[in-house]
Design a protein around this ligand. Structure first.
Ligand SMILES: Nc1nc2c(ncn2[C@@H]2O[C@H](COP(=O)(O)OP(=O)(O)OP(=O)(O)O)[C@@H](O)[C@H]2O)c(=O)[nH]1
Ligand SMILES: [Mg+2]
Length: 472
């Protein structure tokens, strides 16, 4: 964008809005599209928009427009060039996404048209928004708590229906409400303890320490139960990495294709066909799964194939689950046993491939493994494999959605749990432990408060909102 356009205009009779206060950005993705939306927020939003829009059929573009939409002509405030026809939506603070005055201008989509409209809005006095700044303002204005702000990002980034449903439920504030309840219980206990701190040890009522320890024990259980939801949230947000490994010609690429339902990887009877890892995404019971086909494991003189085999090893080590494929139509040999011994049973699912052919591996030959027989050729066993994969990844279909915590939440919850556990120990010790216990409980309350944003700092908000895109 050229710098001339970034100057605030000096329209006669109208003071430009306070610099930095009013922000704008493209709220829709750049590129060919039916419409593009430029969102403007801040106390000067209406003034900025007024410089860019003109009513299409006389009259005041802004008169009585809050909560309504209006067909307008969009023009460059510096040159008066007509840029587009569009629609204007006007929101009055606090009844808007950010809680501020907001105007949304809808013009035609497409890279150039959308950029020109945004440039016009910036030339009219708005500043380009930082990543996540609209949502950050919504948080600061009390429109949503931090768990809801994070759910907005989760919803935008959701890769499966289930991930979107869970994010949607968090957006309704279920997780935030849970954490608020924990926070309120904790601060109630803190208040009871602190009320006693000014008195002498002899004034501590009979049974107070025991009763407080009991209440803290229950709270600790509840905090730890929340920590246990991390895995489900992690699977929904980040997805799982599933790596298919095995010897050359075991049928790995055929299995990838069968699970994808399309002809993605080259399949041939020549061992050593696949070199580079091939990654695709699938949804498994609503969990986004990155499925990777790898080079067949063998010693080789070919430097390129050897690199492929080394990469396969690295991927297997990083995988949430390794699908190790054996060619079920051939008897096991020493090399197979060597590979099996190197596998981690906790992170491996053994698959007996080519199940359409007469089986040559007896279950007794693999006593410590539960194997899933599959034919990539006929599709036999694929449903079983999908189900077992889901079970092994820890997908709990029955778990209620909407309160799965993120890694950031887990860190805070673990810190809270440690502090609460320490305060329980202190209460069991000498009476002067009460003061220290109160301090630890304050720490726990701060940690819980940081989850919802009841307690926040600029650094915390920077960390949360820097993950957002510009325009959200
Ligand atoms: N009968 C039968 N043949 C299969 C099946 N899956 C794969 N094959 C055959 O096995 C051969 C090897 O298949 P690939 O999928 O290329 O095996 P791969 O493990 O990817 O092999 P590399 O890439 O060389 O490591 C091909 O001739 C396939 O047609 C199956 O389920 N049944
Ligand atoms: Mg292959």
């Amino acid at each position: 964008m050229n710098s001339r356009r970034h100057r605030a205009p000096s329209a006669p009779g109208e003071a430009p809005p306070a610099p930095g206060d009013t922000i704008a950005a493209l709220a829709t993705a750049a590129g060919p599209a039916g419409i593009a939306v430029v969102r403007i927020s801040g106390s000067g939003a209406w003034a900025v928009a007024a410089r860019v829009v003109a009513p299409r059929s006389g009259g005041e573009a802004f008169a009585g427009n809050a909560g309504r939409c209006r067909h307008v002509r969009l023009h460059d405030p510096l040159t008066a060039e007509v840029l587009d026809d569009g629609v204007m939506l006007v929101f009055r603070a606090p009844r808007s996404y950010t809680g501020e005055d907001v105007v949304e201008l809808q013009g035609h989509g497409g890279g150039v048209a959308a950029r020109r409209l945004l440039e016009a809005v910036l030339a009219a006095g708005a500043r380009l928004a930082e990543p996540g700044e609209f949502t950050r303002r919504a948080f600061l204005n009390g429109r949503l708590d931090l768990t809801q702000a994070e759910a907005v990002l989760d919803l935008i980034q959701a890769r499966t229906d289930r991930a979107a449903q869970a994010a949607r439920a968090r957006l309704d504030g279920r997780l935030g409400a849970d954490i608020h309840r924990l926070y309120d219980s904790l601060t109630a206990i803190c208040a009871d303890i602190e009320a006693l701190l000014d008195f002498s040890e002899d004034d501590v009522p009979e049974g107070f320490m025991e009763e407080t320890a009991r209440r803290l024990g229950l709270l600790l259980e509840a905090v730890r139960a929340r920590v246990a939801t991390w895995h489900a949230g992690h699977l929904l947000r980040e997805g799982a990495l599933v790596v298919i490994s095995g010897r050359p010609n075991a049928g790995k690429s055929s299995l990838l294709n069968a699970l994808l339902g399309c002809d993605r990887a080259i399949v041939s009877e020549i061992p050593g066909t696949t070199r580079d890892a091939i990654e695709e995404s699938i949804s498994l019971d609503g969990i986004p799964v990155r499925l990777v086909d790898t080079a067949g494991l063998r010693k080789t003189d070919c430097a390129i194939e050897a690199e492929g085999v080394a990469r396969a090893g690295t991927l297997v080590a990083r995988a949430d689950l390794n699908l190790h494929l054996l060619d079920g139509s051939r008897p096991l040999d020493a090399e197979d046993h060597r590979h099996l011994e190197a596998l981690s049973p906790a992170r491996t699912l053994l698959v007996l491939g080519k199940a359409d052919l007469p089986p040559r591996i007896a279950p007794a030959a693999l006593p410590s493994w539960a194997c899933v027989p599959v034919s990539a050729r006929t599709g036999k066993g694929l449903e079983d494999l999908r189900r077992t994969l889901g079970e092994r990844l820890g997908v709990d279909q029955a778990a209620p959605m909407g309160s799965e915590i993120s890694t950031r939440h887990r860190r805070e919850l673990e810190q809270a749990a440690d502090a609460i556990a320490a305060s329980v120990d202190l209460l069991a010790g000498p009476p002067d432990g009460l003061v220290l216990a109160a301090l630890r409980l304050r720490e726990a309350a701060l940690a819980l408060g940081r989850i919802t944003g009841r307690v926040w700092s600029e650094e915390l908000l920077d960390a949360v909102f820097s993950r957002f895109c510009v325009g959200k």
